[in-house]
Write a protein that binds this ligand. Structure first.
Ligand code: BG6
Length: 514
């Protein structure tokens, strides 16, 4: 950690090439030739995440030289217009400067096919476009099909692309979240996928796994000697996981009204963070080993009883000084909506490492700020041997993993306040990604698209993981059906319902201060 500070203070940003900590960034593999087809290409995800990610990969020369992209969607536009829209999207949402030469090369590989996924003529146009790209660009029949569409459209697409595999080349499918609506629908999707694809050809996205800081959890735990020995119920008092957002609905009412926070965040991102925090060391960083360890955690989770799950919905309030409407006043939401925009709770991982160690979690929209953190709170040290009152400013040790923003890790420790006597106060040792590596962090989708093209499923969810996650969420949702919540129960811009504070207070604990 000291080294990090040194590096940050040492050299101006232009000299990044001389930073020895950048060494690791040079590890790179380039995928084989292939064509990426995006179903649902006129949607928000393609503009905000997928094309900016493709541009970032092109910018770093990480795409294969023989590459093609096909956008497929219902919008009746042609390739020229699609390319123009994607260019605007890259300029608006990309993380790099816009370079005409990089864009021109990427744009030359793009085709657009306007199609209804139920219409055979549309499928024929898609096949023609793919064959043309194979001929022109030497993409060799290798295919990635990205389903950026609602789960209801998955089945038809999977059947089509599964039946029309090329004689030469490989075929892989990426399933964007949500992966179903409950356990039954997720099982049905898994069954459909399994009819046509082997598990190693299926890439179920949880974009949190593509985040550098989420992967760093594994490095922190398993590449350092000092954490793993204390990473258990003997030393850890409890864990707090926060996935807070200040944004509201962002025009997604029809999706969110059906999903709510429990399906939108808890079922996937949050439970993945629990699994990564609690898992045993995998024997290797490969898809089978990592995912098997995560599934063991998910299987060990106790379904929380109603007293251990708190749901909330925001009313009107202030975000960064601006008045914002309550959830029920958002466009597309009914005045009686019982959809939860906040979920907090307490989970137990019932195994030898974690028994009786609570994992508290909370996620919500319209909370005061965007922040995803994992706080590992250690047990208090015995009373220090100094004069009475010396430890008044001392809080328990906390290892805080900042997933976003301000990506990094911070350790809270007690230190002597300078001067007479032995007063102790809590201070922080900080590692900041930006300071240490002095390079912007890649977006999750860059890593995930690349890994799929490389055929690596480690950072994607396996069928049994998704099903375990749904089993827990289904149990929570079933318990909620028994009574009607009294919503709204927290003001926009606050840290959620009072009941979520009580949940910790009852245990003699409180949420981390911000
Ligand atoms: C998505 C959810 O999966 O994750 C959104 O559907 C949420 O509701 C988003 O806003 C948060 O992602 P990130 O990367 O901004 O934390």
């Amino acid at each position: 950690m000291t080294e990090v500070q040194d590096t940050r203070d040492a050299a101006p940003a232009e000299e990044v090439g001389e930073n020895p900590l950048l060494e690791g960034l040079r590890i790179r593999r380039t995928p084989e030739a292939c064509v990426l087809t995006i179903f649902g290409a006129s949607g928000d995800l393609t503009q905000r995440k997928l094309f900016p990610a493709l541009y970032a990969l092109a910018f770093r020369d990480l795409l294969p030289p023989q590459f093609g992209v096909v956008g497929a969607a219902r919008s009746a536009i042609d390739t020229e217009e699609f390319v123009e829209r994607m260019r605007a999207a890259v300029e608006e949402h990309g993380r790099d400067e816009f370079r005409q030469d990089v864009w021109d090369e990427l744009a030359a590989s793009v085709r657009y096919v306007s199609m209804d996924f139920k219409d055979e003529a549309g499928w024929q146009r898609l096949i023609d476009a793919l064959t043309e790209l194979d001929d022109e660009r030497g993409t060799g029949g290798n295919r990635v099909y990205y389903m950026a569409v609602p789960p209801s459209a998955f089945e038809g697409i999977v059947a089509h692309v599964g039946e029309r595999r090329e004689a030469e080349g490989w075929t892989r499918v990426i399933a964007e979240k949500p992966f179903g609506h409950d356990l039954a629908s997720a099982r049905a999707l898994n069954a459909t996928l399994a009819e046509h694809f082997a598990e190693e050809e299926i890439f179920r996205i949880d974009h949190y796994l593509g985040k550098e800081t989420v992967q760093n959890m594994l490095v922190l735990r398993f590449a350092n000697g000092i954490f793993e020995p204390v990473w258990n119920r003997q030393f850890i008092d409890h864990v707090q996981i926060t996935v807070a957002e200040s944004v509201g609905l962002e025009g997604r009412a029809s999706f969110y009204e059906e999903a709510g926070a429990v399906r939108d965040i808890v079922q996937n991102h949050l439970l993945q963070l629990v699994a990564l925090t609690a898992m045993e060391p995998p024997i290797a960083f490969d898809a089978e080993s990592v995912r098997t360890e995560k599934v063991k955690v998910l299987k060990s989770l106790h379904t929380p009883g109603p007293k251990h799950i708190i749901r909330g919905q925001y009313g009107p309030g202030l975000i960064e000084g601006e008045q914002v409407p309550g959830y029920r006043d958002e466009e597309g939401v009914g005045p009686e909506s019982a959809t939860e925009t906040y979920v907090g709770g307490k989970l137990y991982v019932d195994n030898w490492r974690w028994a009786d160690t609570p994992f508290y979690f909370r996620t919500g929209k319209r909370l005061p700020k965007r922040e995803t953190t994992i706080a590992i709170q250690f047990k208090r040290a015995p009373k220090p041997p100094f004069e009475a009152g010396s430890e008044d400013g001392l809080r328990p040790n906390v290892l805080l993993l900042h997933i976003q923003p301000d990506e990094g890790v911070s350790l809270a420790i007690g230190a002597k306040v300078p001067g007479q006597g032995m007063a102790i106060r809590t201070v922080h040792m900080d590692f900041l990604y930006g300071g240490a590596f002095r390079t912007g962090l890649p977006e999750a989708y860059e890593r995930l698209i690349l890994d799929c093209m490389l055929g690596d499923t480690t950072l994607f969810m396996r069928a049994d993981e998704v099903e375990e996650q749904w089993a827990l969420v289904d149990a929570v949702v079933a318990a909620w059906k028994r009574d009607r919540p009294s919503f709204p129960n927290y003001a926009a811009g606050s840290w959620g319902p009072a009941a979520a504070d009580d949940l910790l207070h009852r245990d003699g604990r409180s949420w981390r201060r911000h």
